[in-house]
Write a protein that binds this ligand. Structure first.
Ligand SMILES: [Mn+2]
Length: 338
């Protein structure tokens, strides 16, 4: 038994529940990243392979209640990912009033708030399963499997054996997408011997690591301008080795950037030599502020983000709040001083 695991269900029991379900919805968190989307597609094709091999049919739908990152246009299977609206239309047409879905599975999703409208699908389902790798996971489903591992993608790898299916190139590509997204292309300290073991199998199955990394880490010209702005106007606190940047809606309009262009800014800030902790805060259209912390060895940002009702991992965590940027800084400093 893996010591990094918590929950109330084991992978082979998850597979049994999938095998006995006729219709299944897979979802992941809003503001979906490469791990959320890669995991959804990898798991979808695993279930697909299982059905093919065992000559059985299931209805499996992938629902994400948010816009997808632009780079996903490079993966043609992205058309399999439906909006909540498209799904509920289809559901109304094919299901009776009180009829329920057999199984709802969320991947890479730490808490219920991160489902977006997909939370309604959970309520329309007989059973729910939560498969995730965030240490802040609230065990929000009927059945929970949370493993402290670099990515949900890496976590899903074990299901190949459980379903007794081949690792196809497609499945390998999507697991790889999840892994490089969440390890920052193997830079973060969540990389383990197992990560490389899995990746060696993925490359063996035909993954072009160069191509996938170029797709998800490419930066647009506008992003480059924005990165210049961030590096120029970041605030550094030498005492705590704390670097921060606050992005307002006004500035976003001025630079002509979208939220998609602001990914991994906190990671970028932490690259500044000597920094121990970084914070990137972005004002959303609804006025709420979205924050993202990264840290090296000194601080636990999962704990700091939890003050604002967020969480994630020890070295990478996020939150959403109605506090002002000044109030966020104030509360952060209270933690840094401890
Ligand atoms: Mn993840």
């Amino acid at each position: 038994m893996n010591k990094n695991y918590r929950g109330n269900i084991l992978p082979d029991e998850i597979a049994d529940k999938i095998k006995s379900s006729k219709n299944i919805v897979l979802t992941a968190h809003i503001n979906p990243d490469g791990d959320a989307l890669g995991s959804l597609l990898a798991f979808y094709f695993m279930i697909n392979e299982y059905c093919k091999k065992n000559n059985t049919k299931k209805m499996v739908k992938i629902i994400v209640d948010d816009k997808l990152p632009k780079y996903m246009r490079h993966f043609k299977d992205t058309e399999l990912i439906w909006s909540y609206e498209k799904f509920s239309e289809e559901f109304k047409q094919n299901f009776q009033n009180d009829e329920k879905l057999d199984l709802f599975i969320s991947l890479d999703c730490a808490n219920e708030e991160r489902y977006g409208k997909s939370i309604k699908i959970k309520k329309m389902s007989k059973k729910s399963i939560n498969i995730d790798h965030h240490i802040s996971n609230t065990e929000h489903a009927d059945f929970n499997y949370v493993e402290d591992i670099c990515s949900t993608g890496e976590l899903l790898y074990q299901f190949l054996k459980i379903f007794d299916i081949e690792l196809t190139k497609k499945i390998a590509e999507y697991i790889y997408l999840g892994i490089i997204n969440d390890t920052g292309n193997f830079r973060h300290d969540n990389v383990t011997p197992h990560t490389f073991l899995v990746c060696s199998k993925l490359i063996e199955a035909g993954v072009n690591n160069h191509k996938i990394a170029n797709i998800i880490f490419a930066v647009s010209e506008k992003q480059v301008d924005f990165i210049g702005e961030v590096y120029k106007n970041k605030k550094i606190d030498e005492k705590y080795k704390f670097v921060s940047y606050y992005l307002t809606q006004e500035k976003m309009k001025e630079l002509g950037i979208e939220k998609d262009d602001t990914n991994s800014i906190s990671e970028m800030l932490l690259k500044i030599e000597g920094m121990e902790i970084s914070l990137f805060v972005r004002e959303q259209e609804d006025g709420l502020l979205k924050g993202s912390f990264r840290a090296n060895d000194k601080y636990n940002v999962n704990k700091i983000a939890s003050i604002f009702g967020g969480g994630g991992h020890i070295k990478a965590a996020g939150f959403k709040t109605d506090l002002s940027f000044e109030e966020i800084l104030e509360k952060t400093y209270e933690e840094l001083k401890k």
